[in-house]
Design a protein around this ligand. Structure first.
Ligand SMILES: [Zn+2]
Length: 416
C-alpha cells in the first residue's frame, strides 16, 4: 500500500455533483465584491507561491510607511530570526492577527501582505480604509514561526508544535504571542492557519476550502459573550465566502484543547476566530485561497468596525458542516480490476501525493502513492477516473538513479 507509482496514471476529471441540503444563509451585511475584484491590484507581487521564507518578508516589512504603520520587533525565534509586531489604526477596538504559527501554513501570511498594500492605496475603497483605521486598532504578527517557514515544516526548530505550547510556553515564538496578546488584551483575535487539503465540507463531495472555529474555552464547550461574538462573526464570514466558494466552507471540531493558543486566548477574553485554509481544486499554490483570505479578513474587520456581526445568530454557526477528515484523495480510479494470487477483482484505488522538497525547501516535486484500496464510495477525488476495461499497472522508471524509484525497481508492485 505504501509503495508508490512514479508516474500518474492517465487522469480525467469529472464534475462532482452536490448532495445534501445547503444550510440556510443569513442576510449579507457587507459587500465583498469590490475587495475580491480589486485584489490583483493589492496583491504583493514578490510572494507568488506558498513556499517563501523570512528573508523575503523582512524587506516588505522594512518598507511599510510610518505613520500609517508602526513596526516593532517583539523577539526572536529559536534560530534568531526577528519576529515583528505591526500596528495600524487608532480606533478603540483592538484586533490581533497572527499567521503561520505552523511554518508550512503560509496562505494567510500572503494575504496579510496584500492587506498591508491595500491599506496604503487610495481609491474608491477609501471609505472602508477610513472606517477600519478610525474604528480599529489592528495588530499583526505575520509569520510567527519563521524557523518552520525556513524548512516549510509545521513545527519550530525545537520540534515543538507551537500550538500545543500555550500553557508551558517553552518556545520563544509561543512566549512572544502570549506577551503580545497580554499587552493588548485584544478584543478580537484571528488565528490564521492552513489545514489538510483532504478534508471535505461535511458529506458534500467538496473540499473544505476554508474552515472556521470559535475555539472552546472549556471542556463543556460553553458559550459566553467572548466566544459567542466569535461565532457570530464566523457566521458573517461564512455568508461572505459562500458567494465565492459555495458549500466549501466548514467548521473545525470544537473539542477543547487545553494546550492550544486559540482555546486559551478565547479563555483569556479575546474573541478568537480560527481560519484554516484547506484545499481548492486547481489552486496548488493557494493563490485563490490567499485572495479569499484577503476578502474574508477585511470584511470581518469591516463587520467588527460596524458591529454588524451582532446581527448574526449562533444557529448560523451551528449550521456550518463539520470538517470531514480524510474524505478526499488526489486521484481515485473507480472500479478498476486488480489481480492477486491469480484472481481478478474489482476495487477503487486512491492516490495521494506528497511534496518532496528540493533546493533548500523552496521548491518541490510530487511523489504519488496509493493511499487507500477497496470500496471508496464514501470518498472523493480531486480527480476521478473510471478506467473501463483496463487494469492499472505500475509505472516504470528508466532512470536507475532516480531517488523516487530506487526502492521500487527491484520489487513487484502490488496494490497492497
Ligand atoms: Zn496550523
Amino acid at each position: 500500500m505504501q509503495q508508490f507509482i512514479s508516474v500518474w496514471v492517465l487522469v480525467l476529471g469529472i464534475a462532482a455533483s452536490s448532495c445534501g441540503q445547503a444550510p440556510p444563509l443569513p442576510p449579507l451585511s457587507v459587500n465583498a465584491d469590490p475587495l475580491y475584484k480589486n485584489h490583483p491590484q493589492y496583491r504583493e507581487g514578490t510572494l507568488t507561491t506558498k513556499r517563501f521564507k523570512h528573508e523575503e518578508i523582512v524587506p516588505l516589512i522594512a518598507k511599510l510607511p510610518a505613520p500609517l504603520f508602526q513596526v516593532q520587533t517583539v523577539g526572536k525565534s529559536m534560530e534568531g530570526r526577528t519576529i515583528y509586531h505591526i500596528k495600524t489604526g487608532n480606533g478603540p477596538v483592538t484586533v490581533l492577527l497572527w499567521s503561520q504559527m505552523h511554518g508550512d501554513e503560509s496562505t494567510a501570511t500572503m494575504a496579510l501582505f496584500d492587506i498591508f498594500n491595500f491599506l496604503q492605496r487610495s481609491d474608491e475603497l477609501n471609505p472602508l480604509r477610513e472606517l477600519l483605521l478610525t474604528r480599529l486598532n489592528i495588530h499583526f504578527i505575520p509569520m510567527l514561526n519563521p524557523d518552520g517557514a525556513e524548512r516549510f515544516t509545521r513545527r519550530n526548530v525545537q520540534d515543538i508544535d507551537i500550538n500545543r505550547d500555550a500553557q508551558r510556553l517553552v518556545t520563544p515564538e509561543g512566549q512572544i504571542l502570549k506577551r503580545v496578546r497580554d499587552s493588548l488584551s485584544a478584543q478580537w483575535g484571528f488565528n490564521l492557519h492552513d489545514q489538510s487539503r483532504y478534508y471535505a465540507a461535511g458529506t458534500n463531495p467538496k473540499t473544505a476550502s476554508i474552515s472556521f472555529l470559535a475555539p472552546a474555552y472549556n471542556v463543556e464547550k460553553e458559550i459566553n459573550d467572548v466566544r459567542g461574538n466569535a461565532m457570530r462573526l464566523i457566521a458573517m464570514m461564512n455568508r461572505t465566502l459562500q458567494q465565492y466558494i459555495p458549500e466549501r466552507v466548514a467548521r473545525y471540531d470544537d473539542t477543547h484543547e487545553p494546550r492550544a493558543f486559540g482555546d486559551n486566548i478565547q479563555k483569556w477574553g479575546t474573541s478568537t476566530i480560527l481560519i484554516e485554509s484547506g484545499g481548492l481544486p486547481n489552486d496548488p499554490e493557494k493563490q485563490e485561497l490567499r485572495r479569499l483570505n484577503f476578502v474574508s479578513i477585511l470584511t470581518a474587520l469591516e463587520g467588527i468596525a460596524q458591529e454588524v456581526y451582532s446581527q448574526y445568530d449562533f444557529t448560523f454557526y451551528d449550521a456550518l458542516p463539520f470538517n470531514e477528515s480524510n474524505a478526499f484523495h488526489d486521484l481515485i480510479l473507480r472500479e478498476t480490476e486488480v489481480q492477486r494470487n491469480g484472481r481478478w477483482y474489482k476495487v477503487d484505488l486512491a492516490f495521494r501525493r506528497d511534496e518532496v522538497p528540493v533546493n533548500n525547501f523552496r521548491y518541490y516535486y510530487y511523489r504519488g502513492s496509493i493511499s487507500e484500496v477497496g470500496d471508496l464510495s464514501t470518498s472523493f477525488g480531486y480527480e476521478e477516473f473510471r478506467p473501463k476495461g483496463t487494469a492499472p499497472s505500475p509505472a516504470k522508471c528508466i532512470q536507475r538513479s532516480c531517488p523516487m524509484c530506487r526502492n521500487s525497481l527491484s520489487s513487484t508492485w502490488r496494490p497492497y
